[in-house]
Design a protein around this ligand. Structure first.
Ligand code: ADP
Ligand code: MG
Length: 618
């Protein structure tokens, strides 16, 4: 029998390797930016077209390459960065595999221009699908420019697999953020289809964070600095009140390399324990410096994961450093969740006696008398209306009480300030033809001919609102209410892009914007269904939904928008409903096209037939 094993030709091996290194245009961006940094550049320019599908180009002013190196750089396992396995433990560079350029050249049209400072003339090389098309002497500035065109031109399956430009651009922006944050001392510029997205001068770390995430970020940063024998920590965590619903502002850099670590992330969550509301994530921008000997970055092909020798110690140091910072900046005691109910008081004080710092004790003042509590309720209610919408915290407080904490504040408010509800409620109890009742302020129970129906009130309401919004957006018939005062929201440059991208759908839904700038959004009109006090929450929720679930071809923005608004506006669990409201909810649910599932595909109700009930009695 003849032997059947053969060595793969280089260009095939390169294509296979490319599959690991290059998943999408953002992977090319990452590799090229890292090469530019390894080359000791001080200025790096990133230019892309069509979200990198047509062009990714990185121009640097680093040390360049000789003629021979320029040619060798495209060979697989050709690297100037390590010489022996031993070097892997002293890595000072981002790259070390010598695979990136070879892989990229296997699946794209690549042009390299490079010149060392000591040379008069540089080198230009063109490669297509691993084949060198030309190599020339070239007049070119010191440094290197690599252009990668028509990515995956020879692997159509891969090319078709790419997502919409919005999605691919987001991946690229993420990579850019990571590299730019890891190297604040280097200047970076980023252009997409001819327009400048970022232009970052050499600056300090705080300035870099603020430049990338918007000027409002400045006030939310709490410095973290810790210097121990095994670990140096520097950087910032975000104040708890600015926590986000997404993890989009969580950055760990180990020796200036962006990494993901669920374990270390947990250390931060532990430090924030009790300071964040459910579902919110702390922001952090932290640089960890450790001895390169104690880490192994070799375990993941795209190198965002890392193995530490002594994770437990790092965890403990990190947690206590962050805790210490939060404590030192007096954040922990103010926002202690345990004291949530007292949180309302400072806001009331702010409005009422904020301007009178004299201490005159009102001896009859009793915070626990019922009198006080009712005035608290009304103050609270009006606060809720009046609150400048940009004052997110107070809005959250409002939501909190309205939603989950029905047991304390809100229950009080409903009963005291709304006697009608109370009457209705007692009438109701007498009513004999009652067909529904509420269980634990969460479920609506109703009888069916065949047995029993249990509806999840929040999911059901989401379904109803979702179908309604979707209809309004698609038929473009939503009515808009003009806001009395235009609402100014601060946004990040990235959020600005998202809003611009969704603008048409948002307008069809009833939103009107008078300005969409990099850091400011001015809202002048909202859908009639949206209470003025909740506009900012809805927009924030929407941005966070888009960030976690970027719409692409298979997922229309209209759908996402409808889902997000439904989620924000739906009645929550814990909210008491009178029998009319209950019935209305049940009827509206069953008038829906798809009553049985919530917009996120979870069951809205369950039924229990008489027979299975009978069985329980056996
Ligand atoms: P690695 O970065 O892992 O060494 P690459 O394939 O990315 O592998 O690059 C191969 C080699 O080409 C590098 O080791 C470096 O010597 C050279 N090189 C790549 N990009 C640049 C650049 N922008 N400036 C100078 N040299 C570069
Ligand atoms: Mg490299």
């Amino acid at each position: 029998m003849t032997d059947i094993i053969q060595l793969l030709p280089d260009h095939v091996a390169n294509q296979i390797a490319a599959g690991e290194v290059v998943q999408r245009p953002a992977s090319v961006v990452k590799e090229l930016l890292e090469n530019a940094i390894d080359a000791g550049s001080t200025e790096v320019k990133l230019i892309i077209k069509d979200a990198g599908k047509t062009l990714v180009q990185v121009i640097d002013n680093g040390k360049g390459m000789s003629v021979t190196d320029a040619r060798l750089s495209f060979e697989r396992h050709a690297t100037s960065k390590i010489r022996s396995a031993e070097d892997l433990f002293h890595l000072q560079t981002k790259g070390f595999r010598g695979e990136a350029l070879a892989s990229i050249a296997a699946i794209a049209h690549v042009e390299l221009k490079t010149k060392r400072p000591e040379d008069e003339l540089g080198t230009a090389i063109e490669i297509e699908g691993s084949k060198v098309k030309s190599q020339e002497v070239s007049v070119t500035p010191t440094g290197t420019s690599v252009s990668v065109k028509n990515l995956f031109f020879n692997i159509p399956a891969r090319r078709n697999f790419l997502k919409s430009d919005t999605v691919e651009l987001r991946h690229i922006t993420d990579e850019f953020h990571r590299v730019a944050l890891a190297h604040p001392n280097l200047a970076f510029a980023f252009y997409h289809n001819g327009s400048e997205l970022f232009n970052l001068p050499s600056e300090n770390y705080r300035q870099r964070v603020v430049h990338i995430f918007g000027s409002k970020t400045n006030e939310k940063l709490v410095p973290v600095d810790e210097d121990t024998e095994v670990l140096k920590i520097s950087g910032f965590v975000g104040k708890p009140e600015y926590a986000k619903k997404t993890r989009s502002e969580q950055f760990f850099f180990v020796n200036q390399r962006f990494i993901k670590s669920a374990y270390l992330n947990h250390a931060i969550s532990a430090a924030f324990e009790g300071l964040l509301k459910d579902g919110y994530h702390a922001s952090y921008f932290l640089n960890l410096a450790v001895d390169p000997k104690t880490i192994d970055i070799n375990i993941h092909p795209t190198k965002t994961e890392i193995k530490f020798d002594d994770e437990h110690t790092l965890y403990a140091i990190l947690r206590s450093a962050v805790k210490h910072s939060l404590g030192q900046f007096n954040i922990a005691p103010i926002l202690d969740f345990e004291h949530q109910s007292q949180l309302n008081t400072p806001y009331n004080y702010k409005d009422k006696v904020g301007k009178a710092p004299t201490i005159e004790v009102d001896r009859s003042f009793n915070p626990f008398s019922s009198d006080q509590s009712s005035s608290k309720s009304t103050a609270f209610k009006s606060d809720y209306k009046k609150a400048p919408a940009a004052n997110w915290e107070s809005l959250y407080v409002g939501l909190e009480s309205k939603g989950n904490n029905a047991s304390n504040d809100f229950a009080e408010v409903t009963f005291e300030s709304n006697p009608e509800t109370a009457t209705l409620f007692s009438d109701d109890a007498i009513a004999s033809n009652k067909t529904t009742f509420q269980l634990q302020n969460k479920y609506i129970v109703s009888t069916l001919k065949s047995g029993m129906l249990i509806i999840d009130q929040s999911r059901a309401h989401q379904r109803i609102l979702y179908e309604n919004f979707l209809k309004l957006i698609t038929v473009k018939e939503a009515t808009s209410q003009q806001l009395l005062f235009p609402l100014e929201l601060s946004i990040t440059p990235n959020e600005c892009l998202i809003i611009k991208h969704m603008q048409t759908d948002l307008e069809h839904a009833g939103f009107v914007f008078s300005e969409i700038r990099e850091e400011t959004l001015i809202v002048t009109g909202v859908p009639v269904e949206v209470p003025e006090s909740e506009v900012s929450i809805i927009i924030e929720q929407l941005l966070s939904d888009v960030e976690t679930n970027v719409p692409d071809a298979s997922f229309s923005t209209a759908d996402l928008l409808a889902k997000s608004m439904a989620k924000s506006l739906a009645i929550k669990n814990g909210q008491q409903l009178n029998s009319q409201e209950q019935e209305h909810l049940v009827n509206s649910l069953f008038a829906c096209k798809e009553p049985s599932v919530s917009p996120t595909n979870r069951p809205t109700f369950i039924t229990m037939d008489a027979r299975s009930i009978e069985k329980k009695f056996i």
